[in-house]
Design a protein around this ligand. Structure first.
Ligand SMILES: O=C(O)CCC(=O)C(=O)O
Ligand SMILES: [Fe+2]
Length: 275
């Protein structure tokens, strides 16, 4: 029988006792509501083929193949492989693959004019230690801003590109590296919950539009300090067969990136947009 446990007061819920391949519409609705309430939903103990993972993912929205073409699954471009081809031909650890998602707290797809609704990962191979994924709430970040700062950022837009100011875009094909920045309001109202969140990604933002460069950089620095509120974190410790979906409209995440590199840590990953 389906059982859903909240992992922390604000972020993270774990569902057990369900098979995503055969569950009813009603059960899916229950999972979906728990996901909206908790920002991050883990479904434990699944045993999936590629097509089954895709079919379940499509219940949340439309799959959008990731712009990093060389990490797409060779048989299924809608799925990205995390942790595969970690070592270069000369045996050197490829940090862009090993530490993907680990360089800082972020939200996925801010470089796109329509950012991802959700990202979903399926745990295929899990290392013996380390390798957690960390989550935090954009709602809590917004609520924690001083009123004066809320007023300063109201109506302001951030300009984002893949790789951000550091130009960390080695996973993209060279011809895809010069896209125009995408603009998004720093305060975003979630289209389904109606709650306000601090929509922000320090690793992808180039500038806050309409401000002189120094002021923009100072504001980016200041906002970064509010992203992860102490009571709003959930650290997911992976088990093989876990499916984890996070809501990119109201949560930040990062990979811990601390697992033994000689061990496998492999996930299937999809980016999901609003249908
Ligand atoms: O590997 C992880 O734990 C998360 C990586 C990440 O940031 C992503 O897939 O968007
Ligand atoms: Fe990410």
């Amino acid at each position: 029988m389906l059982e859903i446990r909240r992992m922390t007061p604000q972020v993270g819920a774990i569902a057990e006792g369900v098979d995503v391949r055969t569950m009813s519409e009603e059960t899916f609705d229950t999972l979906y509501r728990a996901w909206l309430d908790c920002n991050v939903l883990v479904v434990r103990g699944q045993s999936l083929q590629l097509g089954e993972f895709l079919a379940y993912s499509k219940r949340f929205g439309r799959i959008d193949p990731h712009p990093s073409k060389n990490t797409r699954h060779p048989d299924c471009p809608e799925i990205t492989l995390l942790g595969v081809n970690k070592f270069d031909a000369d045996g050197k650890l490829n940090m862009a693959i090993y530490a993907r998602g680990a360089s800082g707290w972020h939200t996925d797809g801010a470089y796109d004019s329509v950012p991802f609704k959700a990202t979903q990962l399926y745990g295929v191979a899990i290392p013996s230690r380390g390798g957690n994924t960390l989550f935090a709430s954009m709602y809590a970040a917004y609520d924690a801003l001083p009123e004066a700062l809320k007023l300063r950022i109201a109506g302001r837009m951030g300009a984002y590109v893949y790789g951000g100011r550091r130009k960390a875009n080695e996973l993209l094909n060279p011809e895809d590296r010069d896209k125009q920045p995408a603009l998004h309001p720093l305060v975003r109202t979630h289209p389904e919950t109606g709650r306000k969140g601090l929509y922000f990604d320090p690793g992808k933002i180039l500038r806050v539009e309409g401000l002189p460069e120094e002021e923009s950089l100072a504001l980016i620095e200041e906002i970064t300090g509010y992203m992860v509120q102490p009571q709003s974190e959930y650290h997911h410790q992976w088990k093989k067969g876990d499916i984890v979906i996070w809501d990119n409209r109201c949560s930040y995440h990062k990979a811990a990136g601390d697992y033994p590199p000689e061990e496998d840590r492999i996930h299937w990953r999809v980016s999901i947009k609003e249908a």
